[in-house]
Design a protein around this ligand. Structure first.
Ligand code: 5GP
Ligand code: MN
Length: 342
């Protein structure tokens, strides 16, 4: 039996909204990752079982290694089909916001989502959500939004409505947001949920292979290049920074998602507690932060227009690569500044 972490009030309000509405849109964050898509498609399949008219809308394309997720080909991608994305959100009677805590995280969908007339339910695990919603299910202590989707469905007494595709999506999200259950994964209840998902028929080893063992030769070479040529270590600060320019990415025929997971690599080095990965995109520089233990990288990310969790955060920069790296090095050299920050 799972503990009832989602408040009774949130469940009863959600039940009412689900009873009342038929047309539903699910929105998740920019550069959707495994948890963003896993939670969205998990909920999508569940709502389809309830015979709802449901659509998942994302701000921009997602990586190839998530294309195997059942339902991913039905997703409306805003940058590829702006009119349809806008229409679906406008006509939705109920909109779910999954896996993000602030509207800036949905990029071009922000104003459309703010203007949406439908009722709104947020389900997320990032701290301090600032989104206006009828129902807010926000649990930073839970390791993935996908886990919250499982709990949400079970709390409504609708576990029998979880089909195999939904179970696979939920598992994929739980797996990716915990690095295959290697961080944020101490809660025994995670494994009770996995037990249930296995009984529903998921093949966890196959899901692992589909997500982690399907990378291209180009990606593997880019990874090697990062480690051998581009990793800067700060031994005293127990930190590492890896950066890639647009030119370098092009050299390795970069595809969306190819640098996924690179930020975690330096954490495998003994005594490295902070890892930063910097990638130049066409319009901005994207920065990923990771840490081990109780070092709050989300505080460091706040200095770079971002935020996130204690051990995983992100931000962005509109300066040159050179200036961005200088600022990041300064942040690393003064790492203690971000400790014990409120
Ligand atoms: P990633 O490095 O994988 O892009 O992001 C890791 C985590 O950091 C995400 O789950 C999200 O919580 C947070 N994050 C990433 N980028 C941003 C950003 O630009 N702004 C904020 N507020 N959070 C971010
Ligand atoms: Mn997540």
């Amino acid at each position: 039996m799972l503990s009832k972490i989602i408040a009774e009030e949130a469940i009863s309000q959600s039940e009412k909204l689900l009873k009342k509405h038929n047309k539903i849109a699910i929105i998740t964050h920019i550069s959707p990752d495994g948890d963003a898509l896993g939670s969205s498609l998990g909920l999508y399949w569940f709502l389809k079982e309830l015979e709802k008219e449901v659509v998942v809308v994302v701000p921009n394309p997602f990586p190839n290694f998530l294309r195997w997720l059942d339902g991913s080909s039905d997703i409306v991608i805003f940058t590829e089909n702006r009119e349809l994305a806008e229409q679906k959100i406008k006509e939705a009677e109920l909109v779910f916001f999954l896996d993000f805590n602030t509207m800036n995280r949905i990029d071009g969908l922000k104003n459309i989502a703010i203007d949406a007339q439908g009722d709104k339910i947020l389900i997320d695990h990032h701290p301090h959500p600032d989104i206006f919603c009828n129902v807010k299910i926000s649990h930073p202590e839970v390791s993935s939004t996908s886990e919250l989707i499982f709990r949400f469905i079970c709390r409504m007494g609708l576990f029998p409505k979880i089909t195999l595709p939904a179970a696979e999506c939920i598992y994929a999200g739980m797996m990716t947001d915990t690095g295959n259950f290697s961080f944020n994964s101490q809660s025994p209840e995670i494994y009770s949920i996995i037990h249930e998902l296995l009984l529903l028929g998921i093949n966890k080893d196959e899901i692992y292979r589909k997500v982690y063992d399907t990378c291209s030769a180009d990606k593997m070479k880019l990874m090697g290049y990062c480690l051998s040529e581009k990793m800067q270590i700060f031994p005293e600060q127990k930190a590492a920074i890896i950066s890639l320019t647009l030119q370098e990415l092009e050299q390795f025929n970069y595809q969306v998602g190819d640098s996924e997971g690179f930020v975690n690599m330096p954490l495998s080095i003994e005594n490295i507690e902070i890892s930063i990965f910097v990638r130049q995109d066409k319009d901005k520089i994207k920065i990923s932060f990771r840490s081990q233990g109780d070092y709050p990288v989300n505080k460091m990310a706040e200095d770079f227009k971002g935020g996130g969790h204690l051990n995983a955060a992100g931000g962005e920069s509109y300066y040159s690569m050179e200036k961005t790296l200088t600022l990041l090095e300064e942040a690393v050299l003064h790492r203690e500044k971000y400790e014990n920050m409120e």
